[in-house]
Design a protein around this ligand. Structure first.
Ligand code: GDP
Length: 687
């Protein structure tokens, strides 16, 4: 039969889970240990546990309470846990052979379970202590330490930091308040106070007893422990243990924590200790009894309080959430379902035609860049000039070579990688749009769902990235050598290139107007013309050619630069207008005229490249993505730990409130069920 204390410890830990996050005030009693530094407090705790487990040393300042839960387990339990934690490794036998193996320690805050090495425990405790910055002095948040062993009783003790018991004169005010709050919190009813004082220090000066007296003036909840009994004469020890100045209902227990001397000492001076309580064994027994009695007394009142709280919670759950069940997992699942559905809908967005237009947007820009570099650089180009003035006199060779060069640049751009990147980027950006719509309030680019979904999408896309790029590149290879354009394609391309140039012309025009506005705002519209005129004649105005000093005409350097930009845009505009007129004309009737109509020719090639790329992007990349993404997503979501899922749900404050209330309800129900069983058992036993 599991002890009452053990069951109450379980219930207490359930209630702790509620109170920490949902402001419940119901708590069960525990034993709070206080004692100034060097009073022998650590020795007492370690003697109860039967092991050295507390970090010691001069600079070891405890900044947080330690909530020590001792669980009496059978040896089989320990072995079973060891097997799980070492996963049946070859080290299992070694660890089992080790003397530490009959103790297993959990530190839930660090998610460390079944530790069998006490040195590691000490190290982790130091780490947890150091998490409290020294400027904060102390923290009220306890460190949880669970020790499971056949050698410990079921017991729960809270070890308060040694130096905080009582305020000393030269402590900063802030620390004093913190200490007072901590003491108020831990030493209040129904907790039991274990006040540790050393026999060789006058009890009137015992800081532990002073603090205990303040919280429990009638001495009803305090058990005194007198350590280092061996350091005083037996008759004085007797006087201390029967202390009349601060009488305690549960009395004082004398202990000696020097190795092996306790038994001898009390045997030797037995006659002095008649009617006294002494030895660690006695202390342990008393603690077990006290805790069990106190817990048992609290059982009924706590049960009633819990039921009231459950009624309130149930009512709120009904009113606020219409009894709708929600857990972090179900919340995540529903979000993932919506996400998957939206991604499925994306498939339509990436239909062949849509895909083409996505690619076209980018590749037309590349085309314009090539045209600009190869043809539209400057109006002074003789061949262009001649073409403007008289078509016949421009060099056929120039035009032929240039079209070869431009088409070669276009087909060797690396369309494979470019198009694959365009599509993958487009997918990623669409997915992030979906995520944004999904969590408009808690959308963060470092958020949990964002990282998860992005990582998976990238992973799935990456798997196919290089093969797709290679496939596309292979398939456009023939265009690097020769491109055949049918008349129908030529006609289409002619229309398209006219549209493209018109669009480009519009952009240039916009830019030009923008620039004019800037210049006009800065020096007045009338000046624009003067500025332009000045720059056009600038080269004739060199004051001193060798020093490169130019006459600035009264315009600032930045204005001169803007003016130059304006002129080049005007030139570009003029050229584009000319090209537009030219390619619309009869001169560009078919592929034979491609040399002097490169815009049409290159645009036709571009369309071929785009169609080919789309074909393989569809087969290689997209169909794979839309098939595998939901599968991978499910896989990863299933792998998520409960903590991660909970963290995700908590990002949304409404969902968080809903989940928390439900959790509170569930935990209360669980605690009440357990208590109910205990009460039934108690009733049967009384009969
Ligand atoms: P804490 O600072 O209150 O945790 O005290 P410790 O348990 O670390 O003990 C302080 C010192 O007192 C250590 O050097 C212990 O060895 C010593 N000590 C603890 N208990 C006894 C005891 O019963 N008798 C004697 N003689 N020394 C003790």
């Amino acid at each position: 039969m599991v002890s009452l204390t053990r069951q109450m410890i379980e219930i207490r830990s359930i209630l702790n889970k509620i109170s920490s996050s949902m402001g419940s005030t119901i708590t069960l009693p525990s034993i709070v240990v206080i004692g100034s530094q060097s009073s022998g407090k650590s020795s007492v705790l370690e003697s109860i546990v039967g092991k050295d487990f507390l970090p010691k040393g001069a600079n070891m300042v405890t900044r947080r309470p330690i909530e020590l839960t001792l669980i009496n387990t059978s040896e089989e339990d320990i072995e079973e846990n060891m097997q799980v934690s070492t996963n049946k490794s070859i080290f299992k036998k070694k660890i089992l052979a080790n003397e530490c193996s009959d103790y297993l320690i959990d530190i839930p805050q660090l998610r460390q379970f079944n530790i069998s090495d006490f040195n590691q425990v000490k190290k982790l405790l130091v780490d947890l202590n150091l998490q409290v910055p020294s400027t904060d002095f102390i923290s009220e948040e306890p460190i949880e330490l669970i020790i499971k062993s056949p050698k410990v009783p079921d017991l729960q003790l809270i070890d308060l930091p040694g130096y905080i018991q009582i305020e000393s004169v030269n402590q900063p005010v802030e620390l004093k308040t913190k200490i007072r709050n901590l003491c108020d919190k831990y030493l209040q009813k129904p907790n039991i106070i274990l006040a540790i004082s050393s026999a060789d220090v006058d009890l009137a000066n015992s800081t532990a007893l002073q603090a205990a007296r303040k919280a429990d003036p009638k001495g009803e909840r305090t058990l005194g422990v007198i350590t280092k009994v061996d350091l005083v004469k037996p008759e004085s020890a007797r006087g201390i243990l029967l202390n009349k100045n601060y009488p305690l209902k549960m009395g004082y227990v004398g202990v000696i924590n020097k190795q092996s001397s306790e038994l001898d000492y009390f045997k030797k001076f037995k006659q002095y200790f008649d009617g006294c309580q002494y030895s660690n064994k006695k202390l342990r027994k008393k603690l077990i009894n006290i805790l069990e009695n106190t817990m048992s007394k609290e059982l009924k009142p706590t049960f009633i309080k819990l039921q009231q709280e459950l009624d309130d919670t149930k009512y709120r759950f009904k009113v606020e959430y219409n009894d709708r069940q929600l857990t972090p997992r179900t919340h995540l699942s529903s979000q993932i379902d919506i996400l998957k559905l939206s991604v499925k809908e994306l498939q339509e967005l990436f239909s062949r035609n849509e895909l083409k237009s996505v690619l076209r947007q980018e590749l037309d820009q590349e085309l314009l860049n090539i045209l600009s570099t190869n043809y539209w650089k400057d109006l002074e180009n003789e061949n262009l000039k001649n073409l403007i003035i008289n078509e016949e006199s421009s060099s056929d060779q120039y035009w032929h070579k240039n079209v070869e060069l431009a088409s070669s640049t276009l087909t060797k751009l690396g369309i494979g990688r470019i198009s694959t990147s365009i599509v993958t980027n487009a997918i990623m950006s669409e997915i992030n749009n979906i995520l944004f719509v999904l969590q408009p309030d808690s959308f963060k680019t470092n958020g949990f769902l964002y990282s998860l979904v992005n990582d998976i999408a990238i992973k799935v896309l990456n798997k196919k990235y290089y093969t797709t790029a290679d496939q596309v590149e292979n398939c456009i290879k023939p265009f690097k050598y020769e491109v055949d354009i049918e008349q129908r394609e030529w006609e289409d391309s002619k229309k398209n290139s006219v549209l493209l140039l018109k669009e480009e012309l519009k952009q240039v025009n916009n830019k030009k107007n923008e620039l004019k506005n800037i210049i006009g705002e800065s020096m007045g519209n009338k000046q624009i013309h003067q500025l332009v005129q000045f720059i056009k004649q600038e080269k004739h105005r060199l004051v001193d050619e060798s020093s490169n000093n130019r006459y600035d005409g009264g315009f600032s350097t930045s204005m001169l630069q803007l003016g130059r930009n304006l002129i080049s845009l005007e030139n570009r505009e003029r050229l584009l207008k000319f090209r537009l007129k030219y390619i619309s004309g009869k001169q560009c009737r078919d592929q034979k005229s491609m040399d002097k109509c490169p815009e049409i020719y290159l645009k036709a090639i571009n369309e071929k490249l785009i169609s080919t790329a789309v074909l393989f992007l569809n087969i290689e990349l997209l169909s794979d993505f839309f098939y595998n993404f939901p599968i991978e997503l499910d896989k990863e979501v299933n792998k998520l730990s409960n903590e991660d899922v909970e963290m995700f749900a908590k990002q949304d404050s409404n969902i968080n409130k809903h989940i928390e209330l439900q959790k509170k309800k569930d935990l209360l129900e669980l605690a009440i069920n357990k208590m109910n069983n205990m009460l039934i058992y108690e009733r049967i036993n009384k009969k």
